[in-house]
Design a protein. Structure first.
Length: 91
């Protein structure tokens, strides 16, 4: 998913918003695509166009520190090549 690439300090908030947005988006999509349309195939066509649009957008996602699908990262990680120790007992 895309959540780990967002603001790491606010990962819990971003995860909550993405989760809530998914539930709200499902309700909105249900009403928008399947409620007011009388043609039985048109809602599926609209839904498939919506999914294809967002799937085709995935190659343009880019993060400077991680790169993208077709591009390398712009910035080198600061800790590359250095040993890092982690104290798991620290509060």
């Amino acid at each position: 998913g895309i959540v780990p690439f967002m603001n790491r300090k606010q990962l819990a908030v971003v995860s909550a918003l993405v989760g809530a947005g998914g539930n709200l988006g499902a309700v909105i999509a249900g009403f928008a695509f399947y409620n007011p349309i009388s043609d039985p195939l048109l809602p599926f066509k609209l839904h498939s166009a919506y999914v294809m649009f967002w799937a085709l957008m995935s190659p343009v996602y880019y993060w400077p520190e991680h790169g993208g699908m077709f591009w390398s990262p712009a910035a080198k990680p600061e800790l590359e090549g250095k040993k890092v120790s982690v104290d798991i007992n620290r509060a």
